[in-house]
Design a protein around this ligand. Sequence first.
Ligand SMILES: *[C@@H]1O[C@H](CO)[C@@H](O)[C@H](O)[C@H]1NC(C)=O
Ligand SMILES: *[C@@H]1O[C@H](CO)[C@@H](O)[C@H](O)[C@H]1NC(C)=O
Ligand SMILES: *[C@@H]1O[C@H](CO)[C@@H](O)[C@H](O)[C@H]1NC(C)=O
Ligand SMILES: *[C@@H]1O[C@H](CO)[C@@H](O)[C@H](O)[C@H]1NC(C)=O
Ligand SMILES: *[C@@H]1O[C@H](CO)[C@@H](O)[C@H](O)[C@H]1NC(C)=O
Ligand SMILES: *[C@@H]1O[C@H](CO)[C@@H](O)[C@H](O)[C@H]1NC(C)=O
Ligand SMILES: *[C@@H]1O[C@H](CO)[C@@H](O)[C@H](O)[C@H]1NC(C)=O
Ligand SMILES: *[C@@H]1O[C@H](CO)[C@@H](O)[C@H](O)[C@H]1NC(C)=O
Ligand SMILES: *[C@@H]1O[C@H](CO)[C@@H](O)[C@H](O)[C@H]1NC(C)=O
Ligand SMILES: *[C@@H]1O[C@H](CO)[C@@H](O)[C@H](O)[C@H]1NC(C)=O
Ligand SMILES: *[C@@H]1O[C@H](CO)[C@@H](O)[C@H](O)[C@H]1NC(C)=O
Length: 758
Amino acid sequence: MDGTVPTMVFLMFIYLSSLSIKADIPLGSSFSPNGGTHSSLWVSPSGVFSFGFYKQGDGFGVGIWLDGVKNVIVVWSANRDDPPVTSNATLQLTAEGINLVDQGQGKLIANANATTFYASMHDSGNFVLYNKESNITWQSFDYPTDTILGDQTLPSGGQLVSSYSNTNHSTGRFHLKMQDDGNLVLYPLNTDDEPVDAYWSSGNSGFNGFRFHLYLNKTGILVIRNGSDLNLNAINCLHGDSFSNNNNNGNQTIYRATLDYDGFFRLYVHVNNGDGSKIENWPKGNACAVRAFCGFNSYCTFSDDQPYCQCLQGFDYIDPNERTLGCKRNFSEGECRGEKDNAASYNMVSMENINWGDRAYSKAIMSQEEECSSSCLADCNCWAALYDGGVCKKQEPPLRYVKRTIVANSATTTTAFLKVGNISIGHRKVNDKPVPDQPLPIIKTTSSKATNWDLGLNEEVALRRFSYSELKQATKGFREELGKGSFGAVYKGSLYKGKRLIAVKRLEKLVEDGEREFQAEMRAIGKTHHRNLVRLFGYCAEGSKRLLVYEYMSNSSLGKLLFGDGRLPEWNERVRIALNIARGILYLHEECEAPIIHCDIKPQNILMDEFWTAKISDFGLAKLLMPDQTRTFTGVRGTRGYVAPEWHKNIPISVKADVYSYGIVLLEIICCRRNLEVNVSKPEEILLSNWVYKCFIAGELNKLVLWEDVDINIIETMVKVALWCIQDDPVIRPTMKSVVLMLEGVTNIAIPPPPTSS
Ligand SMILES: *[C@@H]1O[C@H](CO)[C@@H](O)[C@H](O)[C@H]1NC(C)=O
Ligand SMILES: *[C@@H]1O[C@H](CO)[C@@H](O)[C@H](O)[C@H]1NC(C)=O
Ligand SMILES: *[C@@H]1O[C@H](CO)[C@@H](O)[C@H](O)[C@H]1NC(C)=O
Ligand SMILES: *[C@@H]1O[C@H](CO)[C@@H](O)[C@H](O)[C@H]1NC(C)=O
Ligand SMILES: *[C@@H]1O[C@H](CO)[C@@H](O)[C@H](O)[C@H]1NC(C)=O
Ligand SMILES: *[C@@H]1O[C@H](CO)[C@@H](O)[C@H](O)[C@H]1NC(C)=O
Ligand SMILES: *[C@@H]1O[C@H](CO)[C@@H](O)[C@H](O)[C@H]1NC(C)=O
Ligand SMILES: *[C@@H]1O[C@H](CO)[C@@H](O)[C@H](O)[C@H]1NC(C)=O
Ligand SMILES: *[C@@H]1O[C@H](CO)[C@@H](O)[C@H](O)[C@H]1NC(C)=O
Ligand SMILES: *[C@@H]1O[C@H](CO)[C@@H](O)[C@H](O)[C@H]1NC(C)=O
Ligand SMILES: *[C@@H]1O[C@H](CO)[C@@H](O)[C@H](O)[C@H]1NC(C)=O
């Protein structure tokens, strides 16, 4: 008797409260647009969000919207690319989900994963279907289109896709991807989503674990979270502070993050059903910062607060009323027969301050603009060339990501050359609207190479995780071996249909480390970005297999260059290479996030790219072999002839071990011979380090480079630096920072003592 009444009251309370809070929609409910502009019977309790028909074109779309004062703001669309439905269409809640019937055709637009019993349009903007036990069988928050709302998540691997326009909610031109690696990246749609296509990223590359997701909380905090912990375990807060503490005193505040049709990802706040105001946007900058804002063969300029898309010379708008769609050729492409024929049917026209962010298929150093232009004219694959700081970059059609940048006060100019045919495609239609005055004339001003063209985004956006089979395919079954390093063999391969060459390193002699340590290491390496380091693109960790994917270095190693049969690099080239290497090591030691001791600096580990830039490889891998670099090790790492004496002395290894190895390499660069060389005229020359010190003391440095004419002051500088580096006592050796400053001639160099104290 005592217990029954309270229990009943309690049950009734639950029943009533669930009814009022969830605004339950019973099974069988249905409605039609009835011809209005938008129509719904399924409205959230506060009336802010509705599920129903919104006006789209001549008919209706189905989705969820927010009622603004002036506008209906659609936050979710069902089957967005289906044609609009008629005013006779009906929406019906069935046990299977939501059924949309139009002109005799039925279609489930919400496919419930269990038998549905009722639905609710929540004040959060989430439309949810439930079973009898009130368990969720479907919810709109699981299928975001271009928007996430407060308390909604964009999961790892998920994406937002922009709408076509403000009023047409079909698929548009951009997407925002929450990548598995923890990076949130904006790309144009229908590209390879390679780094070159990205126009903004949160910069959280190199993580792994498929745990990272974008989350907007109800008070407007927009974060990338790690795992599902409720305590906002954020690895990156995109928006946070100012609004979060706002006390809205009863004013209803709704946050919304939308990938807008123009390619910007924006965060909005709506207070009391207002039309919303923008809080923040990504990327920063104007519309021309959005890659592919202008379509193929057109370029973006920004003027009077407006972006303009204009056709490159030789091109006409595909649709003069939709200029962002891009441009098409207005000349017919003749058969390409090489230089002579091309000169007859094509002209090269030049445009100043035009630049594009696409990857060139060919880059070559050329001293003259004209050389670049004529090289493109003669090349059947080339449709445009960019002469930029002495480098000629050739491009195939279509031309993407083109914009005009004008930066004053700079020394270097960029010139774009376009190949334009002189045979017209038919006649221009008379009723084509004339092209209005260009917002700015193409004036010749100087532009800087350091434009914000790249917005800091380039190849470094993400470290990719590859599957083993992907790499097997990329290397054609590990067919072409490029060499064998201390960690295993390296194979040549290619990605993206052969567009990018890669070097795949199979790691063999690893300590039995777990996947976690390996990934931690990859993350550390992935964060290193320096022009004198070989770039890591990604890796594979599958079962016991560990592979690394590097950029391909076309011009072999410094070892082959110095000790091979080919032409020896000239003195000036060698000085430059020595400085390249020093800068790379300095970066590893002092400038990257976690200092890295290389442990195996030697000419074989220094690779040359097509421009003869020296890049250090194999860095960051030492840790995979040795658990803790700061302790003493019994096993010596590194390569005979280059390892510092402390490796044999049971004293801790520090960055100074690399300084020693660098000193030896520097001597080898100066003299173009190995440190240990038996085939020499006099026995005293066998060990290079001893011989160099003897020559230095005797004032006979010219003996070291008898075959060439070298400024003796420069050689003396380099020799002194090298001798300081190879001091037995690590404490006496300079840091890499000092080495660079000395080589650059910024600091004076004292006379070095004999390298070996004994
Ligand atoms: C929306 O845009 C798409 C893509 O251009 C187009 O196919 C569709 O017809 C448009 N819909 C409406 C209602 O205008
Ligand atoms: C809607 O249905 C009515 C009656 O069947 C029909 O006359 C009308 O043409 C339909 N409207 C549309 C837009 O299909
Ligand atoms: C409903 O959820 C409860 C717990 O939330 C669970 O115990 C039950 O198995 C679920 N029922 C169904 C049919 O999924
Ligand atoms: C059905 O989907 C909801 C989310 O929409 C999920 O929470 C639930 O676990 C799913 N149920 C089943 C049986 O898969
Ligand atoms: C949103 O996140 C902030 C910061 O963690 C927190 O203070 C606030 O309570 C959160 N709001 C909601 C509604 O969860
Ligand atoms: C993510 O969380 C996992 C588990 O808590 C942790 O091991 C990992 O280090 C975290 N990653 C980042 C990048 O914070
Ligand atoms: C509530 O909103 C109204 C209108 O936007 C504004 O004037 C008022 O200051 C707001 N109240 C608070 C406490 O923010
Ligand atoms: C146009 O091309 C033809 C060859 O196709 C050539 O004979 C002619 O000289 C060119 N005319 C001009 C103006 O370049
Ligand atoms: C192509 O269009 C340009 C304007 O962009 C014009 O100057 C040129 O004469 C046209 N060429 C042909 C072959 O029609
Ligand atoms: C080095 O690069 C140049 C220019 O790209 C090329 O001509 C040469 O063949 C390359 N050498 C090697 C050894 O690959
Ligand atoms: C030793 O050096 C001389 C001249 O430098 C060379 O001609 C000879 O081939 C070398 N011998 C060996 C075994 O490398």
